[in-house]
Structure formats: C-alpha cells, structure tokens
Design a protein around this ligand. Structure first.
Ligand code: SAM
Length: 575
C-alpha cells in the first residue's frame, strides 16, 4: 500500500475463474430493443445468481480469513469441528457486511448498468466508490471493450474500505487489464483502501484558485446504505463539502456527482428513498441542480435486485449526466427483477418526473401507461391542504419516551392511546384488550402536550409492512364511538386536523375515502418507494375541493365500503 492508502497496482496473469457475482459476467445478457420495449434474455440468471451470491460470498469470506491449510480440509469430514466455528464466522461476516453496507451487485444488474453509459470518449476516467469485489468495474470494462468505439485509455479509481475484499477486487482489476489489453486499450487502476467520504471531501473542497477537482468522466456505483448521525465524523465531513444528508448512500452520490467533469456520466444503483421525504430534500436540490437525469430504472418487487441479502429498501438505477441542462424527457424503465424478466421503458417528460412547481423536488417514477393514467387523473385535484383548512402532523406520543405514562387498559385518569393496531375497516376500534400495545395514556398535567382534544380526525399509518397491499391506509377517529375528552396518537401515525381541532364528519369521511382509494395508493408509490408515509408526503399532495370531499363523505355510511366499491364511488363522484 502507498502512503496515501492506495494499493500499488501490479499486473498479474488472469488466473481467476469469476464466480457468479464477481467480475466479467460469465453468461451473456442479450438486450433487444423492440418497439420501445427493451427485452432482456437472461434465462434463469436472476435467481441463480441470487443463490450463487450467497454461497460464493460465504466461501470468499472464509478464504480471506482461513489459512490455505484449513482450505485443504474437507469441511464435510470435519463437520463436528467445523460447524460451531463457521456459524460464528457467518454471524461475524453478516454483521461486518451489514456495518459496511456490503451488498454486492449481481452480474446481470451490473451488466445492465454498464450498458447505460452513452458517451464514447477516447479516454475514460472511471470512479467506483465502494467497489466491493469490483463487479461494476468489470461489467463496465467489458461493455467498453465490446464497443470498440475509439476508446484508447481507461483509468479506474476504486475506493473500498474493507481490506478483506481487496484481494478479490485486485483480481478483478487484473482481469480488466487483460481484457483491455486484448482490445488494445491502455489500462491503469488505483485501488484506495480508504474511506471514500474522507478522500472525496478533500478533493471537492475548492483549491487555492477556487477550483475543485473533477477528475472523472464516468462513475459507476452501488454505494453503501447506512444512516449517519448528525454528530458523526462522516456528517461533519459532508457538511464541510456543503452536503447535508442523513444517509451514507446520498453522501456517496453527492460526492461522486461533484467529482464528475462537465458531461461526465453516472450510473448508480441505490435505494429510492431519496426520491421523496424531507430528509433528502437538500440532497435532491443539489443533485438535481448539477445533474441531468436521463434514466430511472425501477425494480417492481421490493428487494428483487438483492433478493439474497435481506435488502428491505426498494432499489432503483439512476443514470444521470453532469450538466445544468435538463432534458426534455427521462426514460423510466421497469423490470420485475424476477427470472428472465422483460424491461419495459417509456419516455416521461422531465416536468412530470420533477415538477417545476414542486418546492420539495420530489422525483416521480411514472413507469407504466397505467401509472400515467393515474397521474393524469390526479392532476384533476389541485386543492392544497391549507386551502381545505387542514394540517397534517405526526402523532405526538413516542411510546418508549412516555413509558411511565402508558397504561395497558383504560382507567378514569387516562385518555385513549391510538396505535395502528386500532385501525379496523376505516374506523378506529378501541380498546384492543389483551393486545401487545397499551390502550391508554395517563391524562395528567405532564401529558397535556402529548394529547389532543377528543374530536374527529383522519389518521394515516406512517409505516406499513412489506406484505401489506396498500401503502396509504387511512382511518377515522370518531369521539362518538370512543368517548373521551382527550386522545393520544402514537408516533407511528399521522393525523389530519383542522388547526389542532377536529374535522366535520363529512369532510373526514370524504378525506379518508379519497386517501384509501387505489388511485391515491398508486399515485403515492410513484414518488414514495419505501413503506413510510411521511406527513410531508401528505402535506405535499393535492386534494379534491372541500365541496367534493364533503359530497363524497356523505356517501359513506357507518362502515366503509370494500376496495372495489370505494374505487367505483370515487370514480363516479370525482372523476
Ligand atoms: C453496496 S456494496 C457495493 C459493492 C460493489 N460496488 C458492488 O456493486 O457489488 C458497498 C461497498 O462499499 C464499501 N464501503 C462501505 N463504506 C465505505 C466507505 N466509507 N468508503 C469506501 N467504501 C466503503 C463496502 O465495504 C462495500 O463493499
């Protein structure tokens, strides 16, 4: 290793047979363009690779830490001795990978990502931040060598914090060198076993002449995903570079964007949580100001891309070019991530993906024709929440902070405490005796600021489980059903109120019906890819007029209709 943490790179013969997730993909992926539809012919690759990943990763991790002599032992002959150790090893590896955000990209996805680069310069200076074993670099090199469009030189700069994976990365780089040499391309590589944030922040800080370094014209990355605390070293470093963000992956993306020269291209796979939500607003602003979105690829099923790795976030692939110029349209493509799945794509006007009227700069993923129909229908609703005289807030009772006031069953000195478990068919059903959650909170002087007056409110779950059919789930709290002077809403809920007071019942029913419609749910998924429904998301939406909501509400009786009936009612009344 050199003094600045970079590995001195040595050329070695290609002696590595790549495993499924590493390096130059062993099976070919055929991408056909037909009538605007991109078709992938990947056979059984997704699922096979999923399994391969797991197996090869386990064996690879062992090979870093276990002596060659141990390798010679056949584990099946030593299973009594081996089993407890490898369990501990597996646990350790899993924890280490989790800590590092180490989810390696399957070869099919890496190949797809590499195929998205459009420019064909004579010299490529590629950045991979958080390179892992080099799957993305390998796919990129293979794609570029395949084109043979005037490329003469390629330099690769890889940052990877995990020393244990460095040998695999070096082997990948060796193979890349060999591949380039066969194609007559000069190849060089630098491997920095170093924190990318630290390294990049010093690069992007403007120098004495007011110029920041932009050494790369291409970046391919699958950044680590991890929350970063506001008082952490990483957060301070990012702030030094003028980047305000709460997650490592957006820190990586922001820095990589800043390290690109004008017209430099970036392809990244990452969670789609940055597309909405208040925490990512500063990131969206900065990223969208300097980068021009070209494509957003959505995986239809959660975790499909990393099915083996327990990844709960939905992932997207972003292709963007460093340029202040915004394109006319952005390609939105989708694939299920399942075996042999097709990729469907459509061009969507930029102003639909990022509305010029939206101060939050949400990124809308209007992927299919049916999504477009939904988007069109939603444009009919233009009333902001404030015009309805309503506000939406997050439930004030954070239960673990208010433990001393919580009571299992209601008493004379308590107020109802409402959790999502009290939702039942559009209305709050309370109490839930024998449930896991406390049903009440003490109504004392010390809890007054946690409670709101007992009145009609519309509640929306903040979190839904992966399995739940709907993302937006609304329900009415009605004091005629639950007699109490005050009520507490737990922090897992959002609640709509009329400036801290309750809503008239017709308006509440109309609003809950609108929120519970399939239309709103599908629309919501266009900008929100995780299971969280933030108050900001609800605040940012547009609603039917007051008269329309009242009229819709009057059609709802003491029970909410089923989904199909509700959707038909909405269609009849509002569309
Ligand atoms: C999601 S993995 C992706 C690996 C590889 N690029 C791929 O696509 O297969 C992210 C990688 O970033 C590395 N990493 C985590 N924190 C890092 C940091 N601060 N600086 C550099 N690398 C880091 C992890 O060890 C991990 O290998």
């Amino acid at each position: 290793m050199t003094s600045d943490g970079a590995f001195s790179y040595r050329s070695a013969p290609v002696n590595v047979a790549f495993d499924g997730e590493v390096g130059l993909p062993c099976r070919s992926l055929v991408r056909r363009q037909a009538l605007g539809k991109t078709v992938f012919n990947s056979g059984n690759m997704f699922s096979r690779l999923g399994q391969l990943d797991k197996a090869s990763l386990a064996s690879k991790n062992q090979s870093y830490r276990i002596s060659p002599a141990m390798h010679a032992l056949n584990p099946s002959r030593n299973c009594v001795f081996e089993l407890p150790r490898s369990k501990a090893r597996a646990k350790f590896d899993a924890e280490r990978r989790q800590e590092l955000g180490q989810f390696l990209t399957p070869a099919t996805i890496a190949t797809f990502m590499a195929s998205l680069f459009e420019a064909h310069p004579v010299e490529i200076r590629l950045l991979d931040a958080g390179a892992g074993n080099g799957a993305l670099i390998a796919a990129f090199v293979k794609a570029m060598c395949g084109h043979r469009r005037g490329l003469k030189r390629m330099s690769v700069t890889a940052y990877e914090l995990d020393e244990a994976i460095a040998p695999a990365l070096e082997r990948t780089l060796d193979s890349c060198r060999a591949e380039c040499s066969r194609s007559g391309i000069d190849f060089s590589a630098e491997l920095h076993n170093q924190d990318f944030i630290e390294a990049a922040v010093s690069l992007v800080r403007v120098d004495l002449f007011g110029v920041s370094k932009t050494p790369f014209n291409a970046a391919i990355l699958n950044p680590p995903y991890r929350k970063i605390n506001s008082d952490s070293h990483t957060r301070r470093l990012l702030r030094e570079a003028g980047i305000e963000t709460t997650n490592l992956y957006t820190g990586f993306l922001a820095l990589a964007a800043r390290l690109l020269s004008e017209d430099g291209e970036m392809v990244a796979i990452c969670p789609r949580s940055f597309c909405n939500g208040p925490y990512f607003k500063p990131f969206r602003e900065q990223f969208l100001d300097i980068m021009s979105l070209r494509r957003l690829h959505v995986f239809e099923s959660r975790a499909a891309a990393f099915q083996h790795d327990d990844v709960l976030q939905e992932n997207i692939i972003v292709h963007a070019v460093r340029s202040p110029q915004k394109p006319q349209s952005v390609v939105i493509s989708t694939s299920s991530g399942e075996t042999g799945s097709d990729v469907a794509e459509r061009a969507c006007p930029y102003s639909v993906v990022v509305s010029p009227r939206d101060p939050e700069r949400f990124i809308h993923l209007v992927a299919a024709e049916s999504d477009e129909v939904v988007r069109q229908k939603m444009t009919r609703f233009t009333t902001p929440l404030a015009k309805l005289g309503l506000e939406v807030s997050t439930g004030r009772v954070v239960d673990f902070r208010a433990k001393q006031f919580l009571v299992r069953e209601a008493r004379d000195d308590t107020a109802p405490l409402i959790y999502p478990c009290h939702f039942n068919g559009g209305f709050v059903y309370w109490p839930k005796p024998g449930g896991r959650k406390p049903n009440a909170i003490r109504d004392t002087e010390r809890t007054q600021e946690l409670l709101v007056p007992g009145a009609i409110y519309v509640l929306v779950k903040r979190f839904t489980s992966k399995e739940e059919r709907r993302r937006v789930v609304a329900c009415i709290y009605d004091p005629h059903r639950i007699r109490a002077e005050r009520v507490g809403f737990e922090n897992h809920l959002n609640y709509f109120h009329a400036r801290r007071r309750g809503l008239p019942i017709d308006l509440a029913k109309g609003l809950a019906a609108f929120l519970n419609s399939t239309l709103v749910d599908v629309y919501f998924r266009q900008f929100n890819g995780h299971t969280q429904v933030n108050a900001t998301d609800l605040r940012n939406m547009r609603y039917p007029t007051r008269a329309e909501l009242d009229s819709l509400g009057r059609k709802i009786g003491d029970e909410f209709p089923g989904q199909a009936e509700l959707d038909a009612l909405l269609e009849r009344e509002l569309l």
